[in-house]
Design a protein around this ligand. Structure first.
Ligand code: ADP
Ligand code: ADP
Length: 228
């Protein structure tokens, strides 16, 4: 069974003259363990697609299946349980909580999602901060870290509950080229080591030559898929 299956997905925003067709008849199957690069210019529908496949947004039409669960059939509570157990999300602007230390940014979500006791949450947070190269910087607040270091903390947060699927929306969009390359290397290494499914969007060409599977989206439609 695939990690994700999208069938005839449409998404529109607004009404009448203001209607925007952000996604048009998207069909996509993503295997477990895959590293998928989702490429396309700004406004092409990448964020909308990521939000729908991860159950953050509802499609206007079509079926989205995430780890064997038909997302259409789940209510907000059930969706939030699925996300907190099985999904890690990485953002362009990191979305760390500025008043919390790097450690606490990884630790508290584990406690708040209710699946970890304090001891295990601490172990998980320490382990994943170490694995992204931030082990020595756990006491620092986001403002005392570089952009690349902040994104590493966000990656540790996305991984610490050991989700089956990690979605990254323009994770290098706010980083310089070299720092972005290092972040992509890290994501690909984690994919190889853990067999976690990764779906990573980018408007740059950075991932095109490197990801195992590349999809290009334009004006809400998939115009290229390297496996087809
Ligand atoms: P990308 O991530 O590739 O930049 P988006 O998925 O953010 O593209 O946007 C796709 C299209 O949908 C764009 O035309 C954008 O302006 C529009 N859009 C996205 N989110 C909304 C929203 N909440 N309300 C109205 N239009 C939106
Ligand atoms: P991205 O390029 O990653 O989509 P954006 O800056 O375009 O980032 O969008 C940031 C947020 O604003 C997203 O949640 C998106 O859904 C929303 N958004 C994008 N375009 C519009 C729009 N035209 N109207 C309302 N919300 C929008």
């Amino acid at each position: 069974l695939p990690a994700i299956l999208l069938m005839n997905i449409y998404k529109s925003y607004g009404l009448g003259e203001n209607k925007v067709d952000a996604l048009k008849n998207i069909n996509l199957e993503i295997a477990k363990g895959e590293f998928l690069a989702l490429c396309g210019p700004s406004g092409s529908g990448k964020s909308t697609l990521l939000n729908i496949l991860s159950g953050i947004d509802k499609p206007s039409a079509g079926t989205a299946i995430f780890l064997d669960k038909a997302l259409n059939d789940l209510n907000e509570n059930q969706l939030s349980v699925v996300r907190s157990r099985h999904l890690g999300f990485i953002f362009q602007f990191f979305n760390l909580i500025p008043v919390l230390s790097a450690f606490d940014n990884v630790y508290y979500p584990l406690i708040l999602n209710g699946n970890y006791n304090k001891k295990t949450a601490k172990q998980q947070a320490l382990h994943y901060l170490e694995s992204v190269g931030i082990g020595a910087l756990g006491e620092r607040k986001p403002g005392q870290l570089s952009g690349g270091q902040q994104q590493r903390v966000a990656i540790a947060r996305a991984l610490a509950h050991e989700p089956q699927v990690v979605v990254a929306d323009e994770p290098t969009g706010n980083l310089d080229l070299a720092t972005g390359e290092a972040i992509l290397d890290l994501l690909m290494k984690i994919n190889e080591e853990t067999k976690t499914t990764f779906i990573v969007s980018t408007h740059s060409t950075q991932l095109k030559d490197r990801a195992r599977r590349v999809i290009e989206i334009k004006d809400g439609e998939i115009i290229y898929d390297s496996v087809q």
